[in-house]
Design a protein around this ligand. Structure first.
Ligand code: PNW
Length: 486
């Protein structure tokens, strides 16, 4: 596109599905209701309210456990093709193990799925969106290798009960986030050690994912269903054109995305070479007898390689990468192993998240990088979204969505990226992990002060609804005459 040309109307194919997403812990509430077990996020936010930005917990959240029919109604109002939500492991298996199945929990998700199907909305199910049963964390959580078997048992319960109604499954949401930030940072379960536990977590998540995919192929091949995994990739752009910064940016992509995508999507399988070499080398320099990054057996490499029908991709923002100092501390860390400097350009527009700036061109670059690195795999955008202040006239959110959709459109129709489906995060405002209720990503605003947690359509809901129904990015969207209350 040349700058002087007016923006042409951009349409996606007639079948291109638009959806919205949510996650169990962020919306359901009812944390100890009807037999649900405690999750690591229940425990963490109850024990450490001081670590949550607004000191709140998700005991009620948007009360979707009781108000799921309202949620389905507003999704219907949008005219979306699908709704991506997650199942809470401890609501189904209160102790994490399948010796005790919570019938009320099973029933709840049947109700959600049936309500969606009645309205012709396709359910897309994430099996794990970070809310691990606390009793499994007491055994070491994702650092304990046995958890992979327990996860397969849980996944089997889901296929057995919902397999005839759900045909799109995601095993995990963003292992980078819950391994790096959870087992190496300040997310639940909290106080772990980076450069160690994050790698153990990643290793067992990859094993659990591969084993689940093979179990699905062996036991449920009669179901017409697809199984994938959601990974997050912020675009990582070299800070300058220097060869050093370009190499640093590629190293960062391999650490942050290749960590999980290379074992699953690459021809060779296993961890990216740069990750293996850097962590082996640093471990040796720090006096360890063996590498802090565990190794797969050749059988595991084969099991994990190609264990997907499609890849889910979450994309929000872009970072700049420059060469690191080459120094490492005696205390191990993922960041030292990656060994680069990451920043953002202060001129990029800010949002209500410190980590999220508006950089639409990064979306197209991300998709092209995935296309070129892994032979153009089938992708669904499982999350893209932005937080702004409360209020229904959210022009800034409309602008974000429009700009990112144009970038996506270019990636598909100019560059040939194999993307089928886009998901806005989120249907409505919800509990944003360590940021509590302070960050609002919703197309619908939630009034946390009202007794029934009223959901109200924002301007962005009207905009996104137009996109979802017409499959086109409107070139004449009227920002001011929409009655967002209808
Ligand atoms: C996602 N980053 O996490 C999660 O899947 C959602 O549950 C969450 O509500 C949403 O983003 C908004 O925060 C991310 O630093 C966390 O690029 C961090 C990043 C991206 C996604």
């Amino acid at each position: 596109i040349r700058a002087h040309e007016a923006t042409p109307k951009q349409c996606f194919s007639n079948l291109f599905p638009f959806g919205v997403a949510s996650a169990a812990f962020q919306t359901e509430g009812a944390w100890n209701v009807s037999g649900k077990g405690e999750s690591i996020w229940d425990r963490y936010t109850h024990e450490h309210p001081e670590l949550v930005f607004d000191h709140n917990n998700a005991d009620v959240a948007t009360d979707s456990y009781h108000k799921y029919e309202d949620d389905v109604k507003i999704a219907k109002q949008l005219g979306v093709t699908f709704y991506r939500f997650s199942i809470s492991w401890p609501r189904i298996l209160p102790t994490g193990l399948r010796n005790k199945i919570n019938e009320d929990g099973l029933k709840y998700y049947h109700n959600v799925i049936d309500a969606l199907l009645r309205e012709n909305i396709v359910p897309v199910v994430t099996m794990y969106h970070w809310d691990l049963p606390q009793s499994l964390q007491d055994l070491g959580g994702w650092t304990n290798p046995t958890i992979a078997e327990y996860y397969v048992d849980y996944a089997r319960v889901l296929f057995e009960n919902y397999g005839h109604k759900v045909n799109t499954w995601l095993t995990f949401n963003e292992p980078l986030s819950f391994c790096h930030d959870g087992y190496g940072g300040y997310d639940a379960p909290g106080s772990r050690s980076s450069g160690f536990e994050d790698y153990l977590c990643g290793h067992n998540v990859l094993r659990a994912h591969g084993m689940t995919f093979r179990m699905f192929q062996r036991e449920f091949s009669h179901l017409k269903a697809s199984v994938g995994i959601t990974l997050d990739l912020s675009w990582l752009e070299p800070a300058t054109t220097s060869a050093d910064d370009q190499e640093a940016a590629e190293t960062a992509r391999q650490f942050r995305f290749g960590w999980f995508s290379h074992p699953i999507l690459s021809k060779e399988g296993d961890y990216p070479r740069v990750m293996r070499e850097s962590i082996d080398r640093n471990s040796k320099r720090q006096g360890f007898f063996r590498s802090r990054l565990p190794s797969f057996t050749p059988e595991e490499v084969d099991m994990i390689k190609n264990s997907y029908h499609f890849l889910g991709l979450n994309h929000y923002t872009t970072y700049l990468v420059s060469k690191g100092s080459g120094k490492i501390s005696t205390k191990p860390s993922f960041d030292d192993d990656m060994g680069v400097k990451i920043s953002q350009n202060p001129s990029w527009p800010k949002t209500n998240s410190t980590w999220l700036r508006v950089v639409p061109w990064g979306f197209r670059k991300t998709l092209n990088w995935v296309k070129n690195s892994f032979n153009n795999p089938l992708l669904i955008i499982t999350e893209n979204g932005v937080p702004f202040e409360a209020g229904l006239q959210d022009v800034k959110r409309v602008n974000y969505i429009e700009a990112y959709l144009r970038s996506l459109h270019d990636a598909i129709y100019k560059d040939g990226c194999n993307v089928f489906g886009y998901t806005y995060w989120s249907l409505m405002d919800n509990y944003e992990w360590m940021r509590g209720y302070s960050e609002r990503f919703g197309l619908f605003e939630v009034d946390y002060k009202s007794s029934n947690l009223t959901r109200s359509a924002r301007l962005s809901a009207a905009f996104y609804s137009t996109v979802a129904r017409t499959k086109c990015i409107p070139d004449n969207f009227n920002y001011y005459n929409y009655d967002v209350t209808k």
